[in-house]
Write a protein that binds this ligand. Structure first.
Ligand code: PLP
Ligand code: ZN
Length: 404
């Protein structure tokens, strides 16, 4: 294993790789540090190309040596989206589509890593606060690993997402309030039960590492090259920041020549990271919000300031499309590329449309847009805007439909 320490992202203090998640000096978040010289000596493009088609393909860059809890997360479809690209005026638009992950969202990547780490730590209970996708993914991986799971969700999220968690045997606790309330409660419970692994709380430094594979896969599928721009949906900001770290690590070990990628953040209308980038000010939490995109509805993004910094330093931008734009984008993607994405993916595509319209992305640039979930998870909001054609069972009736 090449993990050597956890390091404070703010003050740089190093800690042993234990179930720690914030710096005891400055309270900054901790992140994994690896022996990059060691990785450089041991991996090659040829060797990687022969490996399993899951996140564990890139195991040197993951923070555990334990036998993986692997339901097959990762190495999902990566497609050159010629039809959508033509609609938008982009020649080299690529989509990394996580709708086909084991529990139908990108969360399987992070959970597979976190639950494996929980086993390595000898934990027998795992938990999380979730806006929905994490719940389903954690429940499935906990079932496979033989661990008990407690899942805290905001009351009122999509029913089919709770079903997904319940069916795998997790205890789902609906907390009155928002995701942020559920998260606060889960953090208090994690403090009280030190041998429980809350994947997005005390296992967070390990959990987020799984997201780096979204950078690794894009680079590998582009022939070990970074795209010039990416569009990433943002909830807490961890995903965007981790993709950034993923490209940097590939550059550090020499698997790509350059990690010069412009990062564009996609959030639902009015959410803090996009707002901060667009209005050139600090990331400020919001308490009251309404959006149909529940999987991105985090009012107080834990990694918001880091995501914003990556966006600004990389020369990218942020967009926060409205609910109506999101639904239109889901339909456009479905009708051009045959991909039914979750509303979060609609936010990505809608943001991409705005970025192109505003001239922030050029026609020839290599762009990767991340579609992080499956449309069947949020079908209801889209269904309301669609209709069937109803007729009596006579051929003439159908002829009328054809306008004959
Ligand atoms: C969790 C999630 C994200 C991004 O989450 P971050 O908190 O920013 O890491 C994006 N899309 C979907 C569908 C998600 O479930
Ligand atoms: Zn610190």
């Amino acid at each position: 294993m090449y993990l050597v320490a956890l390091k404070c992202r703010i003050c740089g203090t190093e800690y042993p790789p234990e179930p720690l998640y914030h710096c005891s000096l400055c309270f900054g978040p901790l992140e994994a540090v690896y022996d990059y010289e060691g990785i450089k000596e041991s991996v090659s493009k040829e060797e990687i190309s022969k490996r399993v088609q899951s996140v564990w393909r890139y195991r040197e860059f993951l923070p555990t040596n334990h036998d993986p809890v692997d339901l097959g997360a990762g190495f999902t479809r990566f497609i050159h989206a010629k039809n959508l690209g033509e609609c938008l005026g982009l020649k080299n638009l690529y989509l990394l589509d996580d709708s086909t992950n084991p529990t139908y969202s990108f969360k399987d990547r992070v959970v597979s890593v976190a639950v494996t780490k929980a086993l390595e730590f000898g934990m027998d209970v795992v938990g999380c606060a979730s806006t929905g996708n994490l719940a389903g993914s954690l429940a499935a991986h906990a079932a496979k690993a033989g661990l008990k799971a407690f899942i805290f969700v905001p009351a009122g999220i999509e029913k089919n997402k709770i079903v997904q968690a319940l069916v795998h045997g997790a205890t789902v606790v609906e907390v009155n309030g928002t995701y942020d309330d559920a998260n606060r409660l889960a953090a208090e419970i994690a403090e009280k039960n030190r041998n429980w692994g809350f994947v997005n709380i005390n296992l967070r430094p390990y959990y987020v590492e799984g997201s780096k594979t979204l950078a690794f896969e894009a680079a590998e599928r582009l022939g070990w090259e970074a795209p010039s721009q990416v569009v990433v949906p943002v909830a807490s900001g961890a995903l965007l920041y981790s993709i950034y770290r993923g490209f940097k690590e590939l550059e550090t070990v020499g698997l790509i020549d350059s990690a010069e990628v412009a990062f564009n953040a996609a959030q639902p209308e009015g959410f803090p990271v996009a707002r901060a980038v667009k209005e050139r000010r600090q990331v400020e939490p919001i308490e009251r919000f309404s959006t149909i995109v529940h999987s991105l509805a985090i009012g107080n993004p834990a990694d918001g300031i880091f995501a914003k910094e990556v966006v600004e330093r990389s020369g990218g931008y942020a967009e926060d499309p409205s609910d109506a734009e999101v639904i239109e984008a889901v339909k456009l993607l479905a009708r051009t590329e045959g991909i039914f994405t979750e509303l979060a993916g609609g936010v990505t595509v809608a943001a991409l449309i705005r970025l192109v319209e505003d001239g922030r992305i050029d026609r020839d640039e290599k762009v990767v847009a991340y579609l992080t979930g499956n449309g069947l998870k949020t079908a209801e909001a889209v269904a309301e805007t669609l209709s069937t054609v109803k007729i009596d069972a006579r051929v003439e009736e159908f002829e009328k439909v054809l306008g004959r």
